[in-house]
Design a protein around this ligand. Structure first.
Ligand SMILES: C[S@@+](CC[C@H](N)C(=O)[O-])C[C@H]1O[C@@H](n2cnc3c(N)ncnc32)[C@H](O)[C@@H]1O
Length: 286
């Protein structure tokens, strides 16, 4: 994919603090700075950062609107993402201190959760303080944004079974103090039971035909009653011969069998093709 396609995505004012308009690719903005240095809010180009409806997530409004999370390590890019430094003047009667708050741009072409948030997802079942079990963390780019939104020690347990991605994940986790990296197969949760306590939410992006079962075998030991489940479903990965809508419907039925009560389903267009995000509540057996 072209770099320009992966940099910015929304023309000014298309990201609402509440629901966004679903669909429409939007304009593409300037190229990502690829971790060179933060984009400062200069006099000529004013950038204003506002809290998003989902706590811990922000919207940077400038020439293009961008989803951002607060940087926990100002001055450093975690994986080469674009950053924005917003001046925050604090004035006391004694002195005037100029400081900046740095935000990391969260690219929806690289993160299905970011794509879901821009698509107007109602509930992400996580907020500052939540504990999240993230299955299919890949190299940890999305996970690094979750640690910024949740901001509590050891808040995100990230599971990835590929050695190659696992190495990148360990590297990112070494810079993100709130992330525990677990290089294991999510089909064997007993192998990491010592590292994961009870969590508020499971985000499962393993893109496997048996992903509903993988969610179930992780929810039963780790997810609290009424905890949230978010699952991006890539129709092709489940059944490349069936219509995407039929695949999504059948996955929802499988999730019900795992005691996940579906609450919401949305397409991840325009950021992903033939993907749906299904969100639900886990209901532990009495
Ligand atoms: C679609 S990618 C995840 C992308 C990632 N969530 C992100 O936003 O950057 C799916 C990942 O799940 C991993 N995966 C697939 N099956 C798995 C399993 N059984 N256990 C752990 N990881 C798995 C793959 O290696 C791959 O890195």
């Amino acid at each position: 994919m072209l770099l320009a396609e992966r940099s910015c995505w929304a023309p000014a004012s298309t990201i609402s603090r509440g629901r966004s308009s679903r669909g429409g690719r939007g304009a593409f903005g300037p190229r990502a700075s690829r971790g060179a240095g933060p984009h400062r809010a200069k006099g000529g180009q004013k950038v204003v950062v506002e809290p998003h409806r989902h706590a811990g997530v922000f919207v940077a409004r400038g020439k293009e609107d961008m989803l951002v999370t607060r940087s926990l390590t100002p001055g450093e890019s975690v994986y080469g993402e674009k950053r924005i430094a917003i001046p925050s003047d604090s004035t006391t009667s004694i002195d005037v201190t100029k400081s900046t708050t740095e935000y990391r741009v969260w690219n929806p072409f690289r993160s299905k959760l970011a794509a879901g948030i821009l698509g107007g997802i109602d509930n992400i079942y996580m907020q500052p303080g939540s504990k999240v079990l993230y299955l299919g963390a890949a190299s940890g780019t999305s996970v690094s944004h979750l640690e910024s939104t949740n901001r509590v020690a050891n808040t995100v347990a990230a599971v990835e079974f590929s050695d190659r991605s696992g190495r990148d994940l360990i590297n990112i986790a070494s810079r993100c103090t709130n992330v525990i990296s677990i290089v294991e197969d999510a089909r064997h949760p007993l192998k990491y039971r010592m590292l994961v306590g009870i969590v508020d939410c499971i985000f499962a992006d393993v893109a496997q035909p048996d992903q509903a079962r993988i969610v179930g075998i992780n929810a039963h030991p780790f997810l609290k009653n009424k905890g949230g489940v978010l699952i991006p479903i890539k129709a092709n990965c489940i059944d490349s011969t069936a219509a995407p809508e039929a695949v999504f419907a059948s996955e929802v039925q499988k999730l019900r069998a795992e005691r996940v009560k579906p609450k919401e389903q949305l397409t991840l267009k325009p950021f992903e093709r033939d993907h749906a995000m299904v969100c639900g509540i886990y209901e532990r057996a009495a």
